[in-house]
Design a protein around this ligand. Structure first.
Ligand code: SF4
Ligand code: SF4
Length: 255
């Protein structure tokens, strides 16, 4: 087999189809349990933050302060929000507990996907070192697509797709925004959702946009609905998309 063919075959093996069986099982029985929750870069999406701050029952602001590092990116409207590792405990994730992940049900997307990563073409690649990740030696098999459902990935994918409608156009265009307030407001809407809620319900916001009562109730009670609304607000404010409708100014009457 020539070198080109060998590389193509290797690439096909590395890129696994969603219907392909996948041998893996992680849990307290594996000798490496929680070893991978250490010294890693986990980039958080807005939905990850919502799930985690609600799991911990703290505000989005407290979560960002206590558990993340916010890394500004030059000429980028949205900074990178990274889960902080605990420097005083061998750079372990702050959520590693005696019996595993303390926020397991609400763990971020990369933790759900591990040891896989999704490629742009919808295939999957193994990102864990097979010598270290002993879960890859376990006898359990499942189709990747079923395993992803078990991990609760589809809801994250849905929310991350909505987030990408904000980030993708931003990556494609050079930003010419020098007003720091726009950066602050965008970050607030996407990542500091409790502050955004205060802004929506504690300012003249509702006087300026047409929002029906049912939607207002949903935004009050449901953080996921509020986050979807925040995406729409950013798309309206930054890209001028018609995601929100501005109220018409009342007609002035004479006499
Ligand atoms: S959030 Fe949980 S699964 Fe993810 S790195 Fe931290 S302890 Fe591990
Ligand atoms: S290294 Fe693999 S098997 Fe070990 S805890 Fe991490 S994901 Fe599970």
């Amino acid at each position: 087999m020539n070198e080109l063919k060998k590389t193509e075959t290797k690439d096909k093996l590395l890129r696994m189809d969603p219907e392909q069986p996948f041998q893996f099982k992680c849990g307290p029985d594996v000798p490496c349990f929680t070893d991978c929750c250490r010294d890693i870069t986990i980039v958080l999406t807005p939905y990850d933050v919502v799930r985690l701050k609600n799991a911990l029952q703290i505000s989005s602001e407290a979560f960002l302060d206590q558990y993340t590092i916010i890394i500004p990116r030059e000429k980028r409207l949205i900074p990178m929000v990274v889960l902080k590792m605990n420097e005083d405990n061998e750079k372990r994730c702050s959520f590693v507990g005696e019996t595993g992940c303390r926020v397991y049900d609400d763990r971020p997307w990369p933790c759900r996907m591990y040891p896989l990563n999704m490629n742009d073409d919808g295939t999957f690649s193994l990102i864990a070192d097979p010598l270290k990740c002993k879960g890859l030696e376990q006898p359990d098999h499942a189709r990747i697509s079923s395993w992803l459902i078990e991990q609760g990935v589809p809801m994250y994918d849905e929310m991350n797709m909505l987030f990408s409608q904000v980030t993708t156009p931003l990556q494609a265009q050079e930003l010419d925004i020098d007003n720091p307030k726009i950066y602050q407001m965008t970050f607030m809407a996407l990542y500091n959702l409790d502050k955004f809620k205060e802004f929506v319900f504690g300012s003249s916001f509702l006087d300026r946009f047409v929002i029906d009562d049912v939607t207002i109730e949903k935004l009050k009670r449901n953080d996921v609905e509020l986050l979807k609304f925040a995406f729409d607000w950013v798309k309206f404010g930054i890209f001028g998309q018609k995601t929100l409708q501005v109220k018409e100014a009342p007609q002035k009457t004479n006499g």
